[in-house]
Design a binder for this molecule. Structure first.
Ligand code: AMP
Length: 369
């Protein structure tokens, strides 16, 4: 395990495995270009090591040049692509160009590259990448040469960095997510999930995702998602799974560098729980514990009606709507208890008492994980 800035990384590919991938690209290009002299154009900074080894593995005449783009900031692709070193337009005129990338994930940088090279008068240009993440790639352009397809993991080493560190590593490492804590906070409407999540979030340095809050934010801003969700929420019904799952995944993606998450109000159906497991698994993450705040209906109804007076939430002001939310819970959400019990991840906590007292009960569970 190695540490770069605040994060830990564990081995992913050995030097030998990288070498095989490099040779695969070199051989495939040679098969197409050995009878002419292509110009390899490396995309800086990430590709410098790959370009160097690729050229050594390429046994035919070739030239080399570089362009420099930047799109990464921290662990997530910001989508902002700048040109920092211009395309050498004159020297590539009429030539066959092979653009060399270290990694192609979403395809945003690639789009910019295709755009840049389409404006030149090269004879043709091809795209080669050492690593490719097919699961997140937008599929917009054909990638001509791929060294190795990899899952959607954040990797460093062999030219790739995490905030500029790690480029000099000979092997490739992946972000170690095992130190993350991901909690599901579970309970009926009014059980105090949001209140407790606020305390736990600062105590354990976690990112709090409340699907109810995200919906309300979207409703307030009149987004397409908000307009769609409003009709369900106003009646106290659940918003359809496909909408909610997609939204939740987006929220997690936006916070790729969090040291853990508190999922509040999600999952609320078995389909959502299964989707959450599959999604986290694809990111080498998992739910560590589901903590349920237990309280009886009559207390909850009183709490919600009180809250409704202050918050103005229409779903909190009408006892019939509240009862409908409880019914939704009993029918669709309560079965999740056995889902998580089956994985030994379910912890029940008494949700009645002083707020601080309940926080302590939750901390006692989490500290034992
Ligand atoms: P909450 O703030 O968690 O009580 O959520 C308020 C409302 O948002 C719920 O009554 C649902 O209509 C909707 N909602 C929140 N989370 C979900 C979810 N995971 N699945 C479906 N609907 C949800």
């Amino acid at each position: 395990m190695i540490k770069l800035h605040d994060k830990h990384f564990r081995p992913f590919l050995s030097q030998e495995e990288v070498k095989v991938a490099v040779q695969k690209v070199a051989d495939a290009i040679a098969a197409d270009y050995k009878d002419e002299t292509p110009i390899f154009i490396g995309v800086l900074n990430g590709s410098f090591m790959f370009v160097s080894d690729l050229l050594k593995a390429y046994e035919h005449p070739c030239e080399v040049s570089f362009v420099k783009l930047s799109s990464y900031s921290g662990l997530t692709s910001t989508g902002i692509v700048e040109t920092l070193l211009e395309v050498p337009s004159e020297s590539i005129k009429g030539r066959s160009v092979i653009i060399i990338e270290d990694i192609i994930d979403t395809g945003r940088t690639l789009k910019e590259l295709v755009h840049l090279f389409s404006k030149t008068n090269v004879r043709e240009f091809k795209i080669a990448t050492l690593f490719h993440k097919p699961s997140v790639y937008n599929g917009e352009y054909n990638i001509d040469y791929v060294g190795m397809e990899i899952p959607d993991k954040f990797i460093v080493g062999y030219g790739l960095d995490y905030n500029e560190l790690g480029r000099n590593l000979k092997e490739v490492y992946q972000l170690n997510q095992n130190t993350m804590i991901n909690l599901v906070i579970f309970g009926k409407p009014g059980a105090g999930k949001g209140t407790q999540a606020e305390f736990l979030k600062s105590e354990y340095n976690l990112k709090h995702i409340s699907t109810g809050d995200v919906f309300r934010y979207n409703i307030k801003n009149g987004t397409e998602l908000g307009i769609l969700a409003k009709s369900y929420i106003d009646k106290g019904d659940l918003v359809p799974d496909e909408v909610t799952i997609k939204m939740l995944e987006d929220e997690v993606e936006k916070n790729a560098d969090a040291s853990g998450f508190i999922f509040d109000g999600f999952p609320r159906t078995t389909a959502q729980a299964e989707a959450l497991d599959a999604f986290l698994d694809s990111k080498d993450m998992q739910v560590n514990a589901t903590v349920a705040l237990e309280a009886n209906d009559e207390i909850l109804i009183q709490r919600l009606l009180e809250r409704g007076k202050v918050s103005g939430r229409s779903d909190d002001q009408d006892e019939a709507k509240i009862r409908n939310r409880f019914e939704e819970y009993n029918e669709k959400t309560a079965p999740l208890k056995s889902y998580y019990e089956g994985k030994n991840k379910f912890y029940s906590v008494n949700g009645i008492g002083e707020i601080a007292e309940i926080t302590n009960r939750l901390k006692a569970v989490i500290d034992k994980l």
